[in-house]
Design a protein around this ligand. Structure first.
Ligand code: BMA
Length: 308
């Protein structure tokens, strides 16, 4: 397969050196375009392994300035334990807000919280929007058929498949259906989950997700892509057979958790055919890869709804 993505030569674009103070890692962080800048809600663990969410801003999508102010405090209710963490921020622009979802880990299982902001100066926590045990959740950037829509990964025995759910108000979710099962290909045989919030294209919703294979040394995380029908996003109309990316570079292969490429944002900023894919690398730093939107869409369609 032709390479559909190109890693940015400045990778990794964000490391702990960009975090004010002392941090162990910065990874798997959601991002959006706001005021013509790329704004990222950086998921970082400071030196005693306490999680913090910091705002990073960039004019070019490559060089980020990071504020030292922690934007989110973990909930006191639900048996939250600081060393288990809050992480995996995802951001969706929707109806004038930036809606943020993130994972709250707990010995009783992870849950997803919904929060929102207008401009990243303050973040308002709304509520839990899943029970346990859920790991990743991304919102679509508009209502479809009068309902809000999300993709999610229930975490069952540390495995996962991708489900789609619907809501009238972003709080109450239902009509949950299986969208894509793990193990359609070997690179995604152990678990899959949503990555970046879906991107609207003229041919469908382009979704960049993660898929894992289990090796003798643990999971290896890859990035993949599929395309959903615009009016009925519960229908896959194209899916790449191959993964888009797998851990190849040193910073993707070696870190706090080795062999992790975890896509978290797919943004159009400037060139309308260029997708900027941000991803956590080895649970330690953040990489950027670019791809042509039209090439990705055509490649998904060419491989068909489900691979042979
Ligand atoms: C997943 C999430 C990710 C992380 C990955 C590998 O379950 O927690 O944030 O990148 O594990 O550790």
């Amino acid at each position: 397969m032709k390479e559909l993505v190109r890693r940015h030569p400045a990778n990794p674009v964000i490391t702990v050196a960009d975090i004010p103070g002392r941090a162990n890692c910065v990874f798997n962080s959601g991002a959006v375009v706001h005021d013509n800048q790329i704004v990222m809600l950086l998921s970082t663990w400071v030196s005693d392994w306490t999680p913090q969410f910091l705002v990073g801003r960039s004019d070019d999508g490559v060089h980020f300035t990071v504020s030292p102010r922690n934007m989110v405090h973990p909930p006191r209710e639900y048996p939250y334990v600081q060393h288990e963490g809050i992480f995996d921020t995802r951001i969706t622009p929707l109806e004038g807000w930036y809606y943020i979802t993130y994972n709250v880990a707990s010995r009783l299982g992870g849950r997803i919280i919904l929060a929102r902001t207008r401009d990243f100066t303050e973040i308002e926590t709304i509520d839990y929007i899943t029970g346990p045990d859920h790991r990743n959740c991304v919102l679509f950037p508009e209502k479809i058929g009068g309902q809000y829509v999300r993709l999610e990964r229930p975490n069952i025995n540390d495995a996962g498949d991708i489900y789609i759910s619907w809501s009238p108000d972003l709080i109450h979710w239902g009509r949950t259906r299986l969208l894509l099962e793990r193990n359609t290909r070997y690179w995604e045989s152990a678990k899959i989950g949503p990555g970046a919030p879906p991107v609207k294209t003229d041919k469908g919703w382009l979704c960049i997700y993660h898929g894992c294979r289990q090796s003798m040394n643990g999971f290896a995380y890859h990035a993949g892509a599929f395309l959903l029908d615009l009016e009925n996003p519960g229908r896959i109309i194209g899916k790449l057979r191959d993964c888009l990316m797998w851990p190849q570079e040193y910073y993707e292969r070696v870190g706090n958790v080795n062999n992790v490429i975890f896509p978290t944002a797919a943004l159009i900023h400037g060139d309308p055919d260029e997708l900027k894919i941000y991803y956590g690398a080895a649970d330690t730093c953040i990489g950027l890869a670019t791809a042509s939107v039209s090439e990705l869409v055509e490649a998904c369609l060419a491989d068909g709804p489900l691979p042979d």
